[in-house]
Design a protein around this ligand. Structure first.
Ligand SMILES: [Zn+2]
Ligand SMILES: [Zn+2]
Length: 350
């Protein structure tokens, strides 16, 4: 039986953390449940899950649908699409059986790439290699999620670029159903007609649109800030998310746009966050004056999750005023409160 390899290349950068990642996690479970009810998919489809942030990691190597269990999705820092592509190409070379004169290999592999941001690394080399050796051998479906996805970059990888704008859980479920219908359609078509063109289910255009002309795709600035810190007591990482609220100041003779960011939520992370994060990248900073609202530590309940170490400038949680050892660099800090003095802290890299 010839296999139909399906790879999922999933962006698990910090901007996906929270609702998006939870919905994706539930979505994968829904996807697998539905594939298991289809005899063609059960017979031919092999699935692999790869997650990427600053680094890429295979969560599940290529395996038949009946034995596939959705892995827990991790979170990391960065959106290294170049690194992710390199990793994908290695996985394809390693796992996909090529057709030779005396053997029929696997069907043409299909890749579903999902990302919600701009690449944080240089993708030029990976892109060149992809275009030269893989683009025609692999069906890549690139799905840009939300308004900040770099659709123009995705267009260089494939003609199949879709833009997903899922506002509700129901929208996201429809999207997942579309993926499973597309996978099923593909497995039927290879079984029936040996046709290797990619088959996608009909799009529900209320949540998804095919991107043909990119001039129509608006480019927007990021409007959230994500900070990462580490719990002083458990040493586990956490994320703090702020959302932009634009504020226009009109002073008669001049006007300016000030950006303020409102506290939107805190989220506990697991230690595998560090595994998928690339520490070598330059870290953008933001002044705390721009941030409105604080947060407590989601791991230990310390009331202040945004205390910056005086030595390494990384964030940690503290109980309040007094001495605290930095969980990043072990520096002994003394924290006191000062009025109105903002300080620059490290931003996560999305
Ligand atoms: Zn803590
Ligand atoms: Zn430190």
């Amino acid at each position: 039986m010839r296999r139909l390899p399906i790879f999922f290349l999933l962006d698990v950068s910090e901007s996906m953390a929270g609702d998006s990642l939870r919905q994706l996690q539930q979505g994968l479970e829904r996807l697998v449940r539905s594939l298991r009810t289809d005899p063609h998919a059960l017979e031919t489809v092999y699935l692999s899950m790869i997650a990427f942030a600053g680094k890429a990691k295979t969560l599940t190597p290529l395996i038949e649908v009946a034995s596939f269990y959705p892995p827990r999705l991790p979170v990391g820092s960065g959106t290294a699409l170049g690194v992710a592509l390199e990793h994908l190409m290695v996985e394809i070379d390693k796992n996909v059986i090529k057709t030779t004169p005396d053997r029929k290999g696997d069907w043409k592999p299909v890749v579903y790439l999902m990302t919600d941001g701009k690449p944080t690394d240089n993708i030029a080399n990976a892109l060149r290699r992809w275009q030269k050796y893989y683009k025609n051998q692999v069906s890549l479906i690139a799905i840009g999620v939300g308004q900040y996805a770099a659709l123009d970059t995705l267009r260089q990888l494939t003609d199949q670029v879709l833009h997903l704008d899922a506002q509700t859980e129901e929208d996201f479920r429809k999207f997942i159903d579309w993926v499973s219908q597309s996978v099923v359609a593909q497995s039927r078509s290879v079984s029936a007609s040996s046709n290797e063109g990619v088959n996608l289910a009909k799009l529900d255009d209320s949540i998804m649109s095919k991107i043909g002309d990119l001039s129509a795709a608006a480019k927007v600035d990021e409007d959230f800030v994500i900070l990462t810190g580490r719990c002083q007591n458990t040493r586990l990482p956490y994320l703090i998310k702020y959302e932009r609220m634009p504020f226009n100041f009109d002073g008669g003779n001049f006007s300016m746009r000030l950006d303020r960011y409102n506290m939107a939520g805190v989220m506990a992370l697991e230690s595998d966050y560090y595994e998928l994060s690339d520490d070598s990248m330059a870290t953008p900073t933001i002044n705390t004056d721009a941030l409105v609202g604080g947060a407590g530590c989601p791991h230990c309940g310390n009331p202040y999750a945004i205390a910056a170490c005086g030595n390494c400038n990384q964030l940690m949680c503290i109980r309040g005023e007094g001495d605290a050892r930095c969980p990043h660099c072990q520096f002994e800090n003394h924290f006191g409160f000062s009025e109105g003095e903002g300080f620059d802290i490290s931003r996560a890299r999305g």
